[in-house]
Design a binder for this molecule. Structure first.
Ligand code: CA
Ligand code: CA
Ligand code: CA
Length: 154
């Protein structure tokens, strides 16, 4: 059955990638605004987004080498995941399953974000991903995310 191992692994990876694109912006539009709206005026400007992303990168780069390693990236995500799971009313069993699934996806996301496969997410790679999510939320392309704005493609 060894010969089946690679295709199965590939299938799993492709399935996970599909899940990743569906979850590339894991939150809805209003969560996105809540996350990045620094001055709490209900809108997110490109500057606010850039500032919050920069802070997040710095906070995630635990060893301050200017790159996010897989452990740093997944660790930061796991911290947020644990808070979500703690707040969730699901059974302990469901939470355990969810944790395994989400952590696996975080590893896949890391592989996608690390475009040059250097083993670390550089600020440029991180920014490229941020710009994609911003553009996705900014349906009318005016550089400001406003409540109720249609996401691109919706
Ligand atoms: Ca680092
Ligand atoms: Ca990289
Ligand atoms: Ca807009």
């Amino acid at each position: 059955m060894t010969s089946l191992r690679l295709p199965l692994a590939l299938t799993a990876a492709l399935l996970a990638l599909g899940a990743v694109s569906a979850h590339a912006a894991p939150h809805g539009h209003s969560d996105f605004i809540a996350d990045y709206d620094l001055d709490k005026d209900g809108k997110v400007t490109a500057d606010e987004f850039k500032t919050v992303r920069g802070q997040r990168f710095a906070a995630t780069d635990v060893d301050k080498d200017g790159q996010l390693s897989e452990a740093e990236y997944v660790g930061e995500y796991q911290g947020r995941l644990e808070a979500q799971l703690k707040a969730s009313t699901e059974s302990a069993e469901r939470k355990a399953e969810e944790r395994v699934r989400q952590i696996r996806q975080a590893h896949v996301r890391f592989g996608v974000l690390d475009r040059d496969k250097s083993g670390g997410i550089s600020p440029a790679e991180y920014d490229a991903s941020g710009q994609r999510s911003f553009a996705e939320q900014d349906g009318d392309g005016d550089g400001i995310i406003t409540p109720g704005e249609k996401k691109k493609g919706d």
